[in-house]
Design a binder for this molecule. Sequence first.
Ligand SMILES: [Zn+2]
Length: 303
Amino acid sequence: MTANVNAPSVADTFVVSCIDPRFVEEPALLLRALGRAGRYSEMRIAGAALAAVNDAQPAWSTALWDNLAASRQLHGVRRVTFLNHRDCGAVNAWAGRKLSANPQDELQVHTDLLNRAAAEVRRRHPDMEVEIKLMDLDGSVQILPCQHCAPQGLRAEAVAPPSRPANPDAFAELVRLRTAPGAQLTEAQERDLLATGVREHGLTAAVARQLRAQHGGAGGAAAERDIEAFLSSRADARGRIGRSDVTAAARLYRRLAGGSVADRDAQARAARVASGAGLEPRAEGVWPFRSEAWFHRLTAAPA
Ligand SMILES: [Zn+2]
């Protein structure tokens, strides 16, 4: 099928999730929380991203790529979200072991599989964005490092195999240097930092991501984008948000950033993202003492 790149965009995201009956509601809940309700198209297939890379089931990948091309043509989708989940029977069968017996092994297998799926999307649709996520059994979702979601120019570098023995200490030091207090990395800088960990320090993507979170506060460009979408979806007609919206966004941020962030920091981060997105605080409190001070206290807090 030929993609019509001028198709009107009625959905921006093509979501690929699993057929597991335990997770029927979760993708919709997540996408609603991210402010994408009604703006995505969902395909359910066993193992989610597995369909893109499972050579034993070529019909699955044909179905996936045909449906993506159809959604692009019919709805104008420009982004693919692969939403895998832990304890996935299809991925276990493909890997030949019960992955949930070792959560670190499970994370690694899904990270690799999702990165391969992302690379396949970009090979077929170089102008599309991809994001890869792993859902836990409690419905919380982790954004995984994606070396292949980068623009094409960066891709060749990022996929090069590690050329040196693993050196986590050197990478941790680099993270501390690049994330000096007050420094806010752009999405491209985040990607570059993680790619450096893989390329020059011999780390797996998962380990680089973990060290990034440990030594430089929360990671976050992707998480920030998601909470910005969330906050925008909660704003009233005049672009104002309330205290409870910021609290909910902070909770979402902590989940997406891997739980290593203190609640107060997450609230400050959420308030700053809101401010950066041009959203205004609603006055809170009891009349005549209502004010926006709650918001300014948060945005003024040290990073
Ligand atoms: Zn599954």
